[in-house]
Design a protein around this ligand. Sequence first.
Ligand SMILES: [Zn+2]
Length: 139
Amino acid sequence: MSDSHPDAPKIIVPALVADAMHRHEQACAPREAAGLLAMRGQTVTDFFPVTNQDQSDSSYSIAGADVLTCANQAEARGDRVGGVMHSHPKGPAYPSDTDIREAAASDWVYIITSRGSLNAYLLSAGRVIPLTVSSSPDE
Ligand SMILES: [Zn+2]
């Protein structure tokens, strides 16, 4: 699933959550899909599909109201919104120059899907840090 270094920081994306992301990706194709991640610790506990305001095949943006709604839902369960997912219908599951430049929250996890693959990154001050993606804590 990931070709990152074995010592890379780890994130847990349960299979049901990954499936939900891929379904949203397929539903939005050929445009970029976007969604938010509910997290507890290093585990993605839920995925909130949202509207890509750009309706574009090469960019995405998420309404502030959607972020608030998802944050409230996550916090009601003791989780938090800790990252964002989007898809690359045309390119690899690797951050684009725009993704790196526009990474708004340096502690957020950025998940990028592309035609069945799923990678996760931290994007901090222009740096791309790949995360090791596991489907369970035991892997
Ligand atoms: Zn992108």
